[in-house]
Design a protein around this ligand. Structure first.
Ligand SMILES: [Zn+2]
Length: 484
C-alpha cells in the first residue's frame, strides 16, 4: 500500500514532524524508485535535510521546490510528499525536479497549537491543522526568508550550495499568508528585481498558470498583495518590499526564475494543501510546454551586465488597475471569511519597483578588514564555523520594511525580536589604512559574493549597507565603491 502523509492519516488534523517526513520518504523510496535522495546537509540541530531528485534527463529544465521555510506554513511540506508519491512518471521525462520537503526541520519540530493560532480580528493565524505547527524561525531563531544576504543560518548556506550545484531554472518557495481579507485561495509573486526572467514570470508565466488552475479546479488566485486600506478598497493592492534578503528577490538577482506561493490562511488546511498540490502541477506543465523559452531567458538573465546599477528603490508603484476578489463590504470590515457575498473590486495594483538611486557598476568595494573576514567566512559552500557564537558575524538587518512600501509590515524582520537582546551591539570595529581592504577580482563585486551568485550582476543589486548595516542600533559600516 502506498504510504500516507501524517496530514492524510489524521484527516488533516496534524502536520508531519521531520522524522515522519524522513519515514515517508524511506517507505516511498522502496515502492516508487523514480527518485533518489540527496542530502543538503544537516540543520543547526543536526537533522538530516533530504532533497528528492526526479528526472535528471540532460537538457530538461531544472525546477526546485522549497517547502516549510517558515515552519508554521506547512502546506508545501505536505504537498511535496503527496506529489512525490502521486505525480505521473511522464513529468520526470520532461523535467528535472528537486523537492526540499522540509527546509526548516528544527523550526518544524517545535510544533505547538499556539503557533499561527487563528485570530481573524487581528488578521493572524490560520485554520488548522488543529494539532499545531512549528515556528516561523529556525531552532536558532533565524528567519530563513530574511537570511539570503547574510547567510547566517547553516540552512541558508546549504541552500546556496544546492542552488549553485543545480542552477535551477525555476525555484518555487511555498508559504502561507494571513495579511488581508480577500477571496483568493492563494496569491503568488516573483522577484521584484526588475530584470528579464522576473518580468517574464510576472507578465506571462504566472497569469497563465493562474488561468490553468482556475479552469481545472475553479480556484481563484492572483498576485500577492495586501489592501492598502481595508475601509476603502479603491486605494489599492500592494505587494511586499523588494529587498534581496527575501529569497525571491535574491534568486531574481541571479537571473533565474522564481515563484513565491502564498496559500491563504483562512481557507481550511486540507484546501490549502490541495491548492498547493494543484498549482505546482500547473507550474510543472507550463515549464514543460515552455522549456526552451525558459532556458533561453535564464541564459540571457545570467549573462546580463546592466550598468548603472539600481541601489535604492522607493515604495512599489502602480502597474495599472487590478481586480481583487473579496467579499461584500460588511463582511470585509467585520473580517468575516468566507463573507456573505463574493464581490470584485477594481483598484490600483502597486507592484513595480523603480530605482530611485543608481550608481555605476563598481569594480570592487573598499570595506573594513573585519568585514572582509566575515564575508569570506560566509561565502556559500563553506561549512559553518563551529566556533562562531550564535548571533555573531554579519548580524545586521536593514530596517523592517526599509523604505516603507505599503507592503512593509511586522513580519519582515530577520530574527525573532527576543533573540536580539543577547546579541553584540557592534562587532566590527576599525577601518584599515586606506587601500588595505581593497580587492580587485575579474568579476566586479567579487567581495560581495555572499550577497548574490557571482555570475549575476543585475540592476537591483543592493548597496553594501544591506549586508552590513546593523546590530541593535542598526549601525552602518562604511563601504566605498571603487569605480574603474
Ligand atoms: Zn512565509
Amino acid at each position: 500500500m502506498k504510504p500516507l502523509t501524517t496530514a492524510e492519516k489524521t484527516d488533516y488534523r496534524q502536520t508531519s514532524t521531520h522524522r515522519e517526513v524522513l519515514g515517508f520518504i524511506e517507505e516511498l523510496k522502496a515502492q516508487r524508485p523514480v527518485f533518489r535522495v540527496e542530502s543538503m546537509g544537516r540543520s543547526a540541530k543536526g537533522q538530516e535535510m533530504p532533497v528528492l531528485v526526479f528526472g535528471e534527463r540532460p537538457g530538461t529544465p531544472v525546477v526546485l521546490v522549497l517547502a516549510n521555510i517558515h515552519a508554521g506554513e506547512v502546506e508545501g511540506k505536505e504537498a511535496l510528499q503527496m506529489l512525490a508519491r502521486d505525480l505521473p512518471d511522464k513529468y520526470f521525462e520532461k523535467l528535472t525536479l528537486l523537492f526540499v520537503p522540509d527546509y526548516n526541520p528544527d523550526g518544524n519540530d517545535l510544533i505547538d497549537v499556539k503557533h499561527r493560532a487563528l485570530d481573524l480580528k487581528n488578521l493572524e493565524g490560520q485554520i488548522g491543522p488543529e494539532g499545531g505547527v512549528g515556528t516561523r524561525y529556525t531552532g536558532e531563531g533565524i528567519n530563513l526568508n530574511r537570511d539570503y544576504m547574510k547567510m547566517e543560518a547553516v540552512e541558508s548556506r546549504h541552500l546556496a550550495v544546492l542552488q549553485a550545484t543545480w542552477k535551477p531554472h525555476v525555484t518555487i518557495d511555498s508559504h502561507t499568508t494571513d495579511g488581508s481579507v480577500h477571496g483568493f485561495a492563494l496569491t503568488y509573486d516573483t522577484s521584484h528585481i526588475p530584470c528579464g526572467p522576473a518580468a517574464y514570470v510576472h507578465s506571462k508565466m504566472l497569469p497563465d498558470v493562474s488561468r490553468r488552475l482556475e479552469t481545472r479546479t475553479k480556484l481563484k488566485t492572483f498576485f500577492y498583495g495586501n489592501l492598502v486600506d481595508e475601509a476603502d478598497l479603491s486605494r489599492g493592492w500592494a505587494t511586499y518590499p523588494h529587498f534581496p534578503r527575501y529569497g525571491s528577490h535574491y534568486r531574481g538577482m541571479s537571473g533565474r526564475m522564481d515563484i513565491l506561493l502564498e496559500t491563504y490562511s483562512y481557507i481550511p488546511f486540507k484546501d490549502r494543501v490541495f491548492t498547493t498540490v494543484e498549482i505546482l502541477k500547473d507550474i510543472f506543465d507550463y515549464t514543460i510546454e515552455h522549456a526552451s523559452e525558459i532556458k533561453r531567458l535564464c541564459g540571457e538573465g545570467e549573462s546580463a551586465r546592466p550598468d548603472p546599477v539600481g541601489i535604492g528603490y522607493g515604495p512599489p508603484q502602480s502597474i495599472g488597475e487590478c481586480e481583487i476578489t473579496a467579499w461584500d463590504m460588511e463582511s470585509q470590515l467585520a473580517r468575516r471569511i468566507p463573507g456573505r457575498e463574493v464581490c470584485s473590486y477594481r483598484m490600483p495594483h502597486f507592484a513595480k519597483f523603480v530605482a530611485s538611486k543608481e550608481v555605476s557598476r563598481p569594480a570592487a568595494y573598499l570595506v573594513p578588514q573585519e568585514l572582509v573576514k566575515i564575508i569570506e567566512k560566509q561565502r556559500p559552500g563553506r561549512h559553518p564555523d563551529p566556533d562562531r557564537e550564535p548571533g555573531r558575524g554579519l548580524d545586521g538587518t536593514p530596517g523592517d520594511g526599509g523604505d516603507g512600501g505599503p507592503g512593509a509590515g511586522t513580519h519582515h524582520g530577520t530574527r525573532r525580536r527576543c533573540a536580539r537582546a543577547d546579541r553584540p551591539a557592534a562587532g566590527h570595529a576599525g577601518l584599515l589604512p586606506a587601500g588595505a581592504g581593497e580587492r580587485r577580482r575579474p568579476r566586479a563585486l567579487g567581495l560581495l559574493r555572499c550577497a548574490a551568485p557571482a555570475r549575476c550582476d543585475p540592476p537591483g543589486r543592493p548597496p553594501p549597507q544591506h549586508l552590513i548595516s546593523s546590530g541593535n542600533r542598526r549601525r552602518s559600516i562604511p563601504a566605498i565603491r571603487i569605480i574603474k
